[in-house]
Design a protein around this ligand. Structure first.
Ligand SMILES: N[C@@H](CCC(=O)N[C@@H](CS)C(=O)NCC(=O)O)C(=O)O
Ligand SMILES: [Zn+2]
Ligand SMILES: [Zn+2]
Length: 215
């Protein structure tokens, strides 16, 4: 074997083992981000979500697409097994109806701002509703991956990214997580996106009287 041949063989071997390593060892961000993000359909008009029970599934009917869909690294949002992040979007609460097996749902934490209604049997969060005075009151939080149909808005940004450390993720891996989001075209934030932070701040200023209620 020539030395050039040997070098090429070695290089090939290291490339293969590097990729095998990254394929097997890279933590899953979320299935909808790991292998590239699929763009949604702007004409998507809603659909149904189902819990993970094999039968008597909780069914939730959504009357519209979601907005502000995003990856959330917080400890409270539901994540599919093995994923570091949840993917969650919002839509008006009057567009969300439990259409089957409502008796199987319960509220995880009634004192939380977002009341997450989950299936008691499989644990999947079906929708989160804000019932108290809150900037996002009137919006429900849902996970469109629970749907059997496609075209839902794709994730737009990553929120509460540093929160994954609180759940045991090694801080040394954070650069790789943020780089992966960047590669997929998503900005990473440690709270919410600027648009949502501005909405919260505007609500607070209007409540305290620093800003007019009619902007
Ligand atoms: N670092 C905290 C952040 C929790 C948090 O503030 N989550 C956000 C994003 S979902 C929120 O709005 N929570 C309100 C709630 O859960 O009711 C954690 O990971 O538990
Ligand atoms: Zn279930
Ligand atoms: Zn969250």
């Amino acid at each position: 074997m020539t030395s050039l041949h040997a070098t090429l063989k070695q290089t090939f071997k290291s490339i293969v083992s590097y990729h095998l390593f990254s394929l097997t060892m890279a933590p899953s961000i979320h299935p909808s981000v790991d292998f590239g993000i699929q763009k949604g359909d702007s004409n998507k008009a809603g659909g149904k979500l189902y819990c993970h029970c094999p039968n008597n599934k909780v069914e939730v009917t959504l009357g519209s697409n979601v907005a502000h869909n995003h990856a959330c690294g917080c400890s409270k949002c539901w994540k599919p097994s093995g994923a570091l992040f949840s993917v969650v979007g919002v839509l008006p609460a009057d567009q969300v109806n439990v259409t089957a097996n409502a008796n199987k749902t319960h509220i995880i934490d009634p004192s939380a701002a977002i009341q997450r209604n989950a299936c008691k049997a499989c644990g999947v969060h079906m929708y989160g509703r804000i019932v108290t005075d809150h900037p996002f009151k009137g919006l429900d939080f849902v996970h469109t991956e629970l749907s059997d149909s496609k075209g839902w808005q794709e994730p737009q940004f990553a929120a509460f990214v540093s929160s994954i450390i609180e759940q045991g993720f090694d801080p040394k891996g954070m650069d790789a997580v943020r780089q992966k989001f960047k590669k997929e075209g998503l900005e990473s934030y440690d709270v919410l996106s600027p648009a949502l932070m501005d909405l919260i701040a505007t609500y607070t200023a209007q409540k305290s009287g620093k800003l007019s209620s009619k902007l």
